[in-house]
Design a protein around this ligand. Structure first.
Ligand code: CO
Length: 136
C-alpha cells in the first residue's frame, strides 16, 4: 500500500452544453457564486468554478467541436465528467498510478486552470472514473 496522496476533493467536474445557463442554475437555486472562470484553449473547454467549502464544482463546456468534452456530451450527454483530487505532488501521484499498472492520459504533469499543475488518469483501470490529479 502507498502513502496517502489525495489530500482533498479539489473539484467535481460536470459537463454542460450551456455554461451560462448552468451557472445561473447554481446561483439561483443554491446561492452559489463563481470563484473563477477561464477558457483553456489547449483543452478546448471553458470552465466556471463554484466554491463549495474548500472544493469546487467545475462546470465545463466545450469551445470547439473536436474538444474531448464535446465528444463526451455527444456520447453520454450532460453530467459528471471527472473528479479532481488535490495532491501535494502531481508527478509522484502520477508515477504511483503507472507503478500500479494504471493507464494514464498525461504521461507527465502539465499546466491546468488557475495556475495548477495537473495530470489525467484514464477511466480504464480506474473503475470507470476519469481522475484528475491537481497540485496547487
Ligand atoms: Co478538472
Amino acid at each position: 500500500m502507498s502513502e496517502a496522496m489525495l489530500t482533498e476533493i479539489d473539484h467535481v467536474a460536470i459537463a454542460v452544453k450551456d455554461l451560462d445557463a448552468a451557472v445561473a442554475y447554481y446561483e439561483a437555486t443554491f446561492g452559489a457564486t463563481v470563484a473563477h472562470r477561464e477558457r483553456i484553449e489547449s483543452d478546448g473547454v471553458e470552465e466556471a468554478l463554484l466554491k463549495v467549502a474548500d472544493s469546487y464544482i467545475q462546470l465545463l463546456t466545450p469551445t470547439t467541436e473536436t474538444s474531448p468534452v464535446a465528444k463526451y456530451l455527444e456520447k453520454k450527454g450532460e453530467g459528471i465528467h471527472h473528479v479532481g483530487y488535490r495532491v501535494d505532488d502531481c508527478a509522484a501521484a502520477l508515477q504511483s498510478v503507472k507503478d500500479q499498472g494504471g493507464q494514464v492520459i498525461d504521461q507527465a504533469p502539465r499546466p491546468g486552470s488557475r495556475g495548477t499543475t495537473v495530470a489525467f488518469v484514464h477511466p480504464k483501470g480506474a473503475f470507470g472514473t476519469l481522475i484528475e490529479l491537481v497540485q496547487e
